[in-house]
Design a protein around this ligand. Structure first.
Ligand code: HGY
Ligand code: MN
Ligand code: MN
Length: 412
């Protein structure tokens, strides 16, 4: 008979608080950037949890921490996990909960059902957010699917001016060995994650089973103007990149507003040079994070936004440069894995609803090498990427029960 897995609520809460204490900031916030001392301490804690669960622990060449239970029948592994790095500041749950869930679910399944037939692996991935190295989002999962270019370690520079290669060496990793992190022996990757939006709460449902993940493009735009005196230079005789950037920002967000849900566009970062109140800026740089889960609508969204950027730059007579620093196609979850998650939820008596993901996830990268499925846990007030992020321990534990049920069904 298929066992039912009851997850200890206290263990879940303790793990959230213990991991959240590493890099704690702003009360309930967390700031834990990849390859920082906090990141090292967090990976050590996850390693301890994996050892407590009876797993063999290793760090791969790119910085992901793995815990593995061998399977009596061998074959490809059933893996689960998420990322350990956070936004700056982020909350205690984004990414972290999926790593906690993997360790706790694996321990529950191994304790209750004994050794699996297929290998089970837990993974704590690095630099999903790109919060230290903006062009290195999904570093850990890209290492696993082998899409990190040989020049990336020395080419990619963090917000602190350090290359990702230097940061790796500082924690004892050799960038030349990155290709060793590639895996072709993962059968399924399951990722539990907080929803990060309001839909589950609005529906009064603790847990979601994800049907597919949105597509994203991250663009860096630089508008070049000319620095002048803020008082003496007449308003009609300026080359003001701020005026053009403001129009561009309004226009690209306007495209998503006009298209409506599920299209979204965010300008979350803006840099002004020289950034003084009484100087017309020389240069304005900003980012555009633009997402749509529908491939055709997404293509149109970007085409309209690109056309508006060009039109506004031309009308202003200013030079504009753009650079894509991140892009991911929309990604459906594997229908068979979705079915297994739904069956596990039913058997575990956890109410679930099917839903898309508006956030992007490591699963999207790992879909290149394995069948993927995702479990969402309700987010209080739909908040995420802020210290205000919170999920009730009851909902977290219910999500982990679904994960444990799915691990059992896939690995035993
Ligand atoms: O931005 C995202 O969707 C993810 O949280 N990094
Ligand atoms: Mn995030
Ligand atoms: Mn995340």
């Amino acid at each position: 008979m298929t066992p039912i897995f009851i997850i200890d609520r206290d263990r879940v809460e303790r793990a959230i608080m213990d991991l959240g204490a590493i890099g704690a900031c702003a009360g309930t916030g967390v700031s834990r950037t990849t390859f920082s001392p906090e990141w090292v301490a967090a990976q050590e804690l996850v390693g301890q949890w994996c050892r407590d669960a009876g797993l063999a622990v290793r760090m791969d060449a790119v910085g992901n921490l793995w815990g593995r239970a061998e399977g009596s029948a061998g074959g490809k592994a059933i893996a689960t996990g998420s990322h350990i790095d956070s936004q700056t500041p982020g909350g205690r749950y984004d990414g972290a909960l999926g790593v906690i869930a993997g360790a706790i679910a694996a321990r529950a399944v191994l304790e209750q059902a004994g050794p699996p037939k297929r290998p089970i692996e837990i993974v704590s991935l690095c630099e999903e957010e790109g919060s230290r190295f903006p062009s290195a989002g999904f570093w850990g999962s890209r290492g696993i699917i082998g899409t990190i270019a040989p020049e990336d370690p020395e080419r990619i520079v963090g917000y602190d001016g350090v290359t990702i290669g230097e940061a790796m060496r500082a924690v004892g990793l050799d960038p030349a060995r990155i290709p060793d992190a590639a895996r072709d022996d993962l059968e399924v990757f399951l990722e539990l994650h907080i929803e990060q939006g309001p839909m589950l709460e609005q529906a009064g449902t603790p847990v979601g089973v994800v049907t597919g993940i949105t597509g994203i493009r991250e663009l860096r735009v630089v508008v070049h103007g000319r620095a002048d005196h803020a008082g003496a230079r007449p308003i009609d005789l300026r080359q003001d990149p701020m005026d053009a950037a403001a129009a561009m920002i309004h226009a690209v967000i306007g495209v998503a507003k006009e298209m409506g849900r599920p299209a979204v566009t965010t300008v979350g970062r803006i840099l002004v040079e020289p950034n003084f109140p009484n100087i017309v800026p020389e240069r304005v740089e900003f980012t555009i994070d633009s997402r749509n889960p529908d491939p055709e609508a997404r293509r149109q969204q970007y085409a309209r936004q690109d056309a508006l950027l060009r039109e506004i730059a031309e009308a202003a007579g200013l030079e504009m440069t753009t650079e894509v620093f991140g892009a991911l196609d929309p990604c459906p979850c594997d229908p068979e894995v979705v079915r297994v998650l739904e069956e596990a939820a039913r058997a575990q008596n956890v109410p679930v609803m099917s839903m898309p993901s508006g956030a992007v996830h490591d699963s999207q990268q790992l879909a290149a090498r394995s069948r993927i499925g995702m479990i969402f846990v309700q987010s209080k007030d739909g908040r995420s990427h802020t210290p205000a992020e919170f999920s009730a321990v009851e909902h977290c534990a219910q999500g982990i029960e679904v994960l444990a049920g799915a691990l059992y069904r896939l690995a035993y």
